[in-house]
Design a protein around this ligand. Structure first.
Ligand SMILES: Nc1ncnc2c1ncn2[C@@H]1O[C@H](COP(=O)(O)OP(=O)(O)OP(=O)(O)O)[C@@H](O)[C@H]1O
Ligand SMILES: [Mg+2]
Length: 303
């Protein structure tokens, strides 16, 4: 992707005998929101730290806004929300934001409205030590948004947020992406990012296992669809004999099939007429899709 703001090519990072990132290639374009998923120890945070220039790659290349990670130009382009955000407890939210604005060479007046953007303006003059975890995360996001970065790196930004806070968080991200910011965030939940992210990259044991839109990944995973058929009284055996599948709790038969077999299966159901009372179709759960790609081997994921 030539217009990518972040371009990672064949990146490998080793810590002694541990290969934390193993030949990963990934690009993020302006206005694009990409989620990086993967089990504990998959290599997500290591990848972020390398993009920031905190770690030196063992192999491969990273380009941030046309520059090397850690260079002045790259540092100006990138904002980061670390996995565990810690602010001085005695400072107020407004003071924290003022401090980070000055570090980034942005006027505090331009940065302070971000407290309103992330919904903590009412607590602007309270000490951060009195903030709830969600409020601290919101302050962290406000800090990351200072100066409208070209690339936002967010390491598990929604961990510990309640569902409403999550939705609001993704709304803020969407607005920044619309304004041109490229977003790369890590998360542990595929269902959380549904409809809120443009592309997903799944890492397992350092390697990139899958990449694409959620719909593409879901299709490629080829996970089975479950069709639950409720039979008329006394007809479950007859339905089972005709359809196969599995008998459950007296009146139902459960069929599993691939997506491309669904219409055929429904056709056979229709032929059973009044023997069938109800039908329920369950598509693969999004977290099932995530588990499919991120599954660590029996040796266990490095933790
Ligand atoms: N400084 C380090 N020294 C040695 N090993 C490290 C170091 N940093 C990370 N690792 C190892 O690299 C691997 C990847 O770790 P990383 O923190 O990138 O995982 P992660 O995907 O962010 O996991 P989590 O979901 O738990 O945050 C792990 O095996 C970890 O133990
Ligand atoms: Mg991590």
């Amino acid at each position: 992707m030539s217009d990518a703001i972040l371009s990672v090519e064949d990146l490998t990072i080793r810590f002694g005998a541990v290969t934390a990132v193993d030949g990963v290639s990934l690009a993020v374009a302006p206005s694009e929101r990409v989620a990086l998923l993967g089990h504990n120890g998959a290599g997500k945070s290591t990848l972020f730290k390398t993009v920031l220039g905190f770690l030196t790659p063992t192999g491969g290349r990273i380009d941030v806004a046309g520059s090397t990670p850690g260079s002045d130009a790259a540092r100006r382009a990138v904002s980061y929300l670390p996995e565990q955000v810690v602010f001085p407890k005695a400072l107020t939210g407004a003071e924290v934001l003022t401090y980070f604005a000055r570090l980034k060479g942005v006027s505090p007046e331009a940065a302070l409205p971000l407290l309103d953007t992330v919904g903590i303006a009412a607590a602007a003059h309270r000490a951060v030590g009195t903030y709830s975890k969600g409020m601290r995360q919101r302050l962290g996001l406000a800090q990351a948004l200072i100066g409208s970065p070209r690339l936002l790196l967010l390491d598990e930004p929604t961990s510990g947020l309640d569902p409403v806070s999550r939705r609001e968080f993704y709304e803020v991200l969407e607005a920044s992406a619309r304004a041109g910011t490229a977003v790369l965030l890590s998360s542990h939940s595929l269902s959380e990012i549904e409809n809120r992210i443009d592309r997903i990259a799944i890492m397992a044991r350092g390697a990139l296992r899958a990449e694409g839109s959620l719909a593409e990944l879901s299709r490629r995973a080829g996970l089975p669809i479950r069709i639950r058929v409720e039979a008329a009284a006394g007809r479950a055996d007859a339905v089972h004999a005709r359809l196969g599948g599995e008998r459950v709790n007296g009146r139902s038969v459960v069929l599993t099939c691939r997506a491309d077999e669904k219409v055929g299966a429904l056709g056979r159901l229709a032929d059973l007429g009044a023997d069938v009372v109800d039908v329920d179709i369950a598509l693969p759960d999004l977290d099932d899709v995530y588990r499919h790609y991120s599954a660590a081997t029996d040796e266990g994921a490095a933790r």
